[in-house]
Design a binder for this molecule. Structure first.
Ligand SMILES: [Zn+2]
Ligand SMILES: [Zn+2]
Length: 210
């Protein structure tokens, strides 16, 4: 009796593709995922294993073809990429064979960032004379209610209000015999969402001697 073994009967291979319901998520957002796999020998009962490669998100189930993925949350001020990988394995015959596919998601920024600028008018003053300071700060997420804090870095002058965007600064008298530079610093802080974020800006005022 002769038994003929059909060509290819000892080998098999898996082909897999993967997709997401949406590839752009809000910070901490979710999306459905779908993996489609076929075995070259027609084997069924393929096993699935999903991973976000250490990003820290969660799957509704890591061992099904169609789980829901929830991103870990992005506290940064710019978007980040999350690469998800599904590995599909056919265990029907030995050796087991596997194949993987990736889905690339973009998780939007949940954080925010402040940009501040400062100016003085006039920027050159007589000894002990006042000048008007103006600060402008914006949060990249459009948040309002930014807090301001002015400092003359220990020079000993006074502000009409050290916590207003626009304030009047009066330096101490300049008795040094030469023009001095007063470095004024404003710190602008957005407290709209946690974590709070700050930015500083400097403006120099030249104070002439008596
Ligand atoms: Zn197979
Ligand atoms: Zn903000």
């Amino acid at each position: 009796m002769t038994v003929t073994e059909g060509a290819g009967s000892s080998g098999h291979s898996v082909t897999v593709t993967a997709s997401a319901g949406t590839t752009t998520l809000a910070s901490g957002g979710s999306t459905s995922l779908s993996a489609t796999a076929t075995d070259s020998a027609g084997h069924t009962g393929l096993s699935y294993a999903w991973s976000d490669n250490g990003a820290g998100g969660t799957f509704s189930n890591t061992t099904v073809a169609n789980p829901t993925y929830t991103a870990p949350g992005n506290t940064g001020s710019s978007s980040v990429t999350r690469t998800l990988t599904v590995t599909v394995t056919c265990k029907w015959t030995s050796p087991w064979v596997s194949s993987s596919a990736n889905v690339v998601l973009t998780e939007s920024a949940g954080g925010h960032a402040v940009t501040a600028t400062a100016s003085a008018s006039p920027s050159t003053i007589a000894s002990g004379a006042s000048t008007t300071l103006s600060a402008t700060a914006t949060c990249n997420r459009g948040h309002t209610g930014i807090a301001y804090a002015w400092s003359d870095n220990g020079a000993g002058g006074t502000f009409s209000s050290a916590t207003s965007a626009n304030t009047t600064y009066t330096p101490p008298a300049n008795t040094s015999g030469a023009t001095v530079t007063r470095k004024l610093t404003v710190t602008a802080t957005c407290k709209w969402t946690s974590p709070w974020v700050s930015s500083t800006a400097n403006v120099n005022v030249l104070e002439r001697t008596k």
